[in-house]
Each structure stands twice: as C-alpha cells, then as structure tokens.
Design a protein around this ligand. Structure first.
Ligand code: C2E
Ligand code: CA
Ligand code: CA
Ligand code: CA
Length: 279
C-alpha cells in the first residue's frame, strides 16, 4: 500500500495536468504539512575561491512527510507554485531561515550570509518586503545576512514593479542573486536595469567541465560578463576537484556543490562549517 501511495504521488506531481482531484489532495496534504511543521531546511555551503573559506550558504527546503519520508523540492515546489501555496510556504521558509540564523547567533556562532530561494509568485505585490522586514526585526538579524536567489523569468520582463521591488531589497542591504543563470529565455538587457549582486552559473553548464569546450566557453563568458558588470559569480553543482580547478583558473569567485558538501541538516552544517564568533 505504501508503494502504491508513492507511485500515485509521483504520477500526479510529475503530470501537473493530472486530475484536479489528485492535485487538490496533494495541496491539502501540503497545507496540513505546513500546519504540522513538516517542512525543514537543509543548508549547503558556498565556498570563496579567493579567500579559501566559507562565504555563504543556501537554504534548501525538504518535506519530512509522515508516510513518504523525505520529499525533495522538485516533487512539490512546482505544484506549490501552480496553486499559489508557494506564497505561504515561502513565508514559512523565510521564517525558518531567520530562526536558524538567530539560533546560531545565540550560540555565539558566526553564520555567513544565508540565501533563500524565492519564486516569482512571491514577488508579486509588496507582501514579501513587509514579511522580510518583520522576520529580520523579530529575530534581530542584519539584512546583510540575507540573500535572495531569484530566477531569470521574474527579472526578464523588466517591468517597473520588479525593478522597484529589487531596489527596495537592495537598499535594505539584502544581497540579490540570479539563480540558474543562462537557462532562461531572456535577453541580457535586464542585467543593467537591476541592482543585482551575483550570477549563479547553472549546474547544467558546470557538469561538462573541464572537458567540454562549449561548457568551458559558457562558464568563462558568464564570469567575464558578471565581472564587467560589477557582479560576482557562483558556480553551482561543482562535483569534483577538476571542475573547481578550471573554475578557479577562469576567475570564478565562489563554488557550491557536492565537492565541498551536499546540503546538510542544521546541526551537521554548524558542526562542520560554522566557527565561533570572536568575543
Ligand atoms: P536550485 O535553487 O538550483 O538548488 C540547487 C539544487 O542542486 C539543490 O537541489 C541541491 O541539493 C542540488 N545540488 C547542490 N549541489 C549539487 C551537486 O554538486 N550536484 C548535483 N547534481 N546537485 C547538486 P534541491 O535541494 O533538490 O532543490 C531543487 C530545486 O528546488 C532548487 O534548485 C530550487 O529551484 C527549488 N527549491 C529548493 N528549496 C526551495 C525553497 O526554499 N523555495 C523555493 N521557492 N524553491 C526551492
Ligand atoms: Ca537556488
Ligand atoms: Ca540554482
Ligand atoms: Ca539549477
């Protein structure tokens, strides 16, 4: 019965046009999960290639489902986005991330900047601004410790509202990154309109390194582009030393991936990567 449940689940998450009843069932399941605190964050380090030390981390959501075990975000984020539940889930994720930063600071650890992933739908209207202000204030966290990873689809429209919103975040001192850079269908025009700090080279361009000459040309080009625009570059999905060596040679600033560490639960992350704050 358990297997059957899993199969049915996989079916309707992958096929979003599947029957409305099944999707509603999963949506309800997510809502219940939110109420019961089943969502948790894993943390993956970002490693500074120049300073050779940790310079950030990314929070990645997991769903500890009572029957299905640990569910990966690809299994539920798409439906959450489609149903709009991502707004509530995203607010919860923001809260969890700030709570964790506050806890580490209380323990006199010195967490570096924490990046959270933000879906386009969370950026409609001004709600996210007040949510973030409140979360930072409640947990007494400087805005400079927060980073938002935004996908290209949102910024490419270059609409005034989007620019205005990103300006607000930027003026607050929040770090802004474009996630999965190079995979969207957008022009590059938005890059000069928006107050962006970092481009993240998508894993699909990193996986072929160092041998694939086309991938190498793409990563080199993104690095040069970012630097010429005054931005920094993170390469994601770096899985081995050879990839890291080439990216270092190409002038990449930061790497993230299994070669440094997979995403880890908070406790493991802090034991492996966090230092005590100087007192
Ligand atoms: P993403 O933002 O591009 O996150 C990077 C994904 O690559 C993560 O998958 C991470 O675990 C995985 N990864 C990291 N290093 C490596 C590596 O060296 N090799 C390989 N093969 N994979 C690596 P994850 O955690 O399953 O998340 C998948 C996607 O789900 C994320 O892609 C992001 O788009 C979305 N997501 C995750 N957490 C959140 C969240 O809190 N909010 C929103 N809106 N989306 C989220
Ligand atoms: Ca991301
Ligand atoms: Ca990414
Ligand atoms: Ca990616």
């Amino acid at each position: 019965a358990k297997n059957q449940g899993r199969n049915r689940y996989a079916f309707y998450t992958r096929d979003l046009t599947a029957n409305a009843h099944q999707r509603m069932e999963m949506e309800n399941d997510m809502r219940r999960g939110l109420e019961r605190g089943e969502f948790t964050l894993y943390y993956q380090p970002k490693f500074d290639l120049h300073a050779q030390q940790l310079n950030g981390m990314e929070a990645l959501v997991r769903w500890q489902h009572p029957q299905r075990g640990m569910v990966e975000p690809d299994q539920f984020i798409p439906l959450a986005e489609e149903t709009g539940l991502i707004v509530e889930l995203g607010k919860h994720i923001l809260e969890l991330a700030c709570l964790q930063l506050a806890e580490w600071r209380t323990q006199h650890l010195a967490p570096p900047r924490m990046a959270i992933n933000v879906s386009g739908m969370q950026l409609i209207g001004n709600k996210l601004v007040s949510d973030i202000r409140r979360a930072l204030e409640t947990h007494d966290i400087p805005a400079s410790l927060l980073e938002l990873e935004i996908t290209e689809d949102f910024v490419m429209n270059q609409n005034r509202e989007a620019i205005h919103l990103l300006d607000i975040f930027s003026k607050m001192g929040i770090h802004l990154s474009i996630d999965d850079f190079g995979t969207g269908y957008s022009s590059l025009a938005y890059l000069k309109e928006m107050p962006l700090d970092t481009l993240k080279i998508d894993r699909s361009f990193v996986s072929g390194l160092p041998e694939n000459h086309h991938d190498a040309a793409i990563s080199q080009t993104i690095i040069v582009l970012a630097h010429n625009l005054g931005m920094s570059v993170v390469a994601e999905g770096v899985e081995n030393a050879a990839q890291q060596a080439l990216l270092t040679e190409q002038g990449c600033d930061t790497v993230q991936g299994y070669h440094i560490s997979p995403p880890l639960p908070a406790e493991e992350f802090s034991q492996r990567f966090l230092q005590r704050a100087p007192s």
